[in-house]
Design a protein around this ligand. Structure first.
Ligand code: TA6
Length: 308
């Protein structure tokens, strides 16, 4: 694998392009996008933020991931949708109110380190390149992102601590899923698991039923070793999410008022998306000793809804 700062598409194509499998293009804002294709599915990934924008299975009528039709008014803000990388902290910074929510990775530049294929799958390896924003305890962390596209979408986010001191991180693969209608879906696999309700004073609660939506939801579930299923009768499908290196999952839908406040969602768009985020969030942080690595992984599958 060779290192590169990718000044243009031609050079990227020459170094990392693979005919029929890995290509490069620019989006409407001029961002460099990596296109990954495999026999079973294809994805697009922006180098800004290492941001998986889209993933669609061959022959499927709908994208698996939701991507906002509107762009943020401030071009410094991340594009909403897909799978933004929240790192090296999730949510608000613990001590610095001026630090950006969900960390610096999602607005930082990544570089491509390698691309390769086998018969079924296409792989790219990215690395956080823009290290200027990493200060304090995170200054000597390295972050890499491996994306595998095939019958399933696999995302592996690896942090290495090169400092002499332990470092504490929180993080999330802040996955936005495309759904037919928020009023008709249910999320299975979280029944009975404790969650922190961010909309009710961060109280800890639990509920015996699958998660359904009648208003804004913002919860951090304890989910060690858990498979989550997003059941969507309107799209006749189930999206299945398996995780590793994660002890928590965030479930979020902004509903009407918050989506208006966010300003980068079209009217009614909240009905077509739900976030189920593979995370280390809330009390579930990663304390990484010197010279150690931690890998956070999500495997996302689209399956037909039985009986449809
Ligand atoms: O993951 C849920 C959450 O932390 C919500 O509280 C929320 O407002 C959101 O993510 C989106 O955050 P953003 O900074 O992308 O607007």
């Amino acid at each position: 694998m060779k290192r590169s700062h990718l000044p243009d598409i031609a050079q990227a194509q020459m170094m990392f392009g693979i005919p029929q499998r890995v290509g490069f293009k620019r989006d409407e804002d001029g961002e460099l996008i990596v296109t990954l294709s495999s026999p079973a599915s294809e994805a697009t990934v922006a180098l800004r933020g290492g941001h998986i924008r889209t993933w669609r299975r061959t022959g499927s009528l709908a994208e698996v991931l939701w991507l906002s039709e509107t762009r943020p008014a401030d071009p410094g803000k991340p594009v909403r949708g897909g799978i933004p990388i929240c790192w090296p902290w999730f949510g608000a910074h613990a001590r610095d109110a001026t630090a950006p929510a969900h960390g610096v990775a999602r607005t930082s530049r990544f570089r491509i380190m390698g691309s390769w294929v086998d018969a079924e799958r296409t792989f790219v390896q990215l690395e956080l390149d823009d290290r200027a924003a990493l200060n304090g305890p995170f200054a000597q962390c390295e972050l890499s992102l491996q994306i595998t596209v095939g019958d399933e979408l696999r995302v592996d986010l690896t942090t290495v601590n090169l400092a002499d001191e332990p470092v504490t991180i929180s993080q999330a693969l802040h996955s936005y899923f495309r759904i037919d209608d928020i009023g008709d879906i249910r999320i299975e696999g979280l029944e009975g698991r404790p969650y922190i309700d961010a909309l009710d004073g961060w109280r800890t609660k639990a509920a015996p039923e699958p998660v359904t939506f009648e208003g804004e939801v913002d919860r951090i579930y304890g989910t060690h070793g858990c498979t989550i299923r997003l059941v969507d009768p309107g799209l006749s499908r189930v999206i299945r999410i398996d995780s590793a290196g994660s002890g928590s999952s965030v479930v979020w839908n902004p509903w009407v008022d918050k989506s208006k406040r966010l300003g980068d969602m079209a009217e009614g768009a909240y009905r077509r998306m739900v976030c189920i985020e593979t995370a280390n969030a809330g009390a579930d942080v990663v304390v990484l000793a010197p010279a150690l690595a931690h890998r956070l992984s999500a495997v996302i599958r689209e399956e037909n809804l039985p009986g449809t």
